[in-house]
Design a protein around this ligand. Structure first.
Ligand SMILES: Cc1ncc(COP(=O)(O)O)c(C=O)c1O
Length: 297
């Protein structure tokens, strides 16, 4: 928030990671910033939400947890025309699938806890920019607040990065196979995965993410109770928040990662009690599908 001042306004993706929502709503709001949530899959909604105090538009693509795809090129052009900056949390795509700086973003954020580390054993984050003056301000801020990883964390991260491309490719292949399988299941009300031809973001994702669609798949079952009993039965998928590591994880956004978002906002956005989010790992896909099948039965 070093780029903003009290009174400034931020527009952000409505189905944003719950922790980002909490930071905006419970911390930064107290310092005089105001926030408006939009569905940026329609760039016009971003334009309509901007005011003369809007300094930053905060995007996720794919979004967490509904995996909507935002046209980063189109939104960046529009936001720059109005004199604001674009930041993209590109954690779900990883740099293997998506490079927002090349699509016009001013700042890119990655939770390196996820795909970059890849082994669920290190916490970290990265902010990237190709603008020298922004980089200088970020470095100043990093030094001032002390946001520095330990040498051991850096070592773990560098070790993980060596296999990033291989891991992500395998995760995407497994995720696509699982999404297609889920689409055919009676117990599944809806599948959210940009790799499916039926997904409204499919064509854009194909263009923006180089023909792969990410390792996260969300889907909906009939109720919160059905979601809970599904999670309790899983054996290969581990019940846990986080994502992007070699092992497959499953969670309920409403009960876990997005529980800090008020229920009426969650419902409006489409994060229902029956929504489940899978972070697909690199295991044998037949084992993963067999596990989902027995848990859904
Ligand atoms: C899209 C996104 N951004 C950021 C984060 C924050 O990650 P960390 O666990 O490194 O704080 C998460 C965590 O789930 C996430 O899903």
């Amino acid at each position: 928030m070093l780029l903003l001042e009290p009174g400034d306004h931020v527009v952000f993706t409505e189905d944003v990671y719950g922790g980002t929502f909490r930071l905006f709503d419970k911390v930064f709001r107290r310092y005089g910033l105001s926030f408006t949530a939009v569905d940026p899959t329609d760039p016009d909604t971003v334009a309509a939400a901007m005011t003369d105090r809007t300094r930053l538009v905060w995007l996720e693509s794919p979004t967490n947890p509904l995996l909507r795809i935002v046209d980063l090129d189109a939104v960046s052009e529009l936001v720059h025309g109005a004199g604001a900056l674009v930041a993209v949390d590109s954690t779900f795509a990883s740099p293997v699938l998506q490079r927002p700086l090349e699509l016009g973003a001013d700042l890119v954020v990655h939770s390196s806890t996820k795909y970059l580390g890849g082994h669920s054993d290190v916490l970290g984050g990265a902010v990237l920019t190709s603008d020298d003056s922004l980089a200088e301000r970020l470095r100043f801020h990093q030094n001032a607040v002390g946001a520095v990883p330990s040498p051991f964390d850096c070592w773990l991260l560098l070790r993980g990065l060596k296999t990033l491309q291989l891991r992500v490719q395998r995760q995407c292949e497994n995720a696509l196979a699982i999404a297609r399988w889920l689409e055919g299941q009676d117990a599944v009300v809806q599948v959210y995965y940009p790799g499916l031809e039926s997904n409204p973001g499919h064509a854009l994702a194909r263009r923006q993410m180089g023909g792969y669609f990410g390792g996260v798949v969300s889907f909906e079952v009939s109720s919160g109770d059905a979601a809970r009993s599904f999670l309790e039965r899983l054996r290969v998928f581990t019940l846990a928040e986080s994502l992007g590591a070699v092992e497959s994880l499953a969670e309920s956004p409403a009960m876990m990662t997005h529980a800090s978002i008020p229920e009426e906002i969650r419902t409006r956005v489409g994060v229902s009690d029956g929504l489940l989010r899978l972070s697909v790992g690199i295991e044998d896909v037949d084992d993963l599908v067999a596990d989902l099948e027995q848990a859904l039965a």
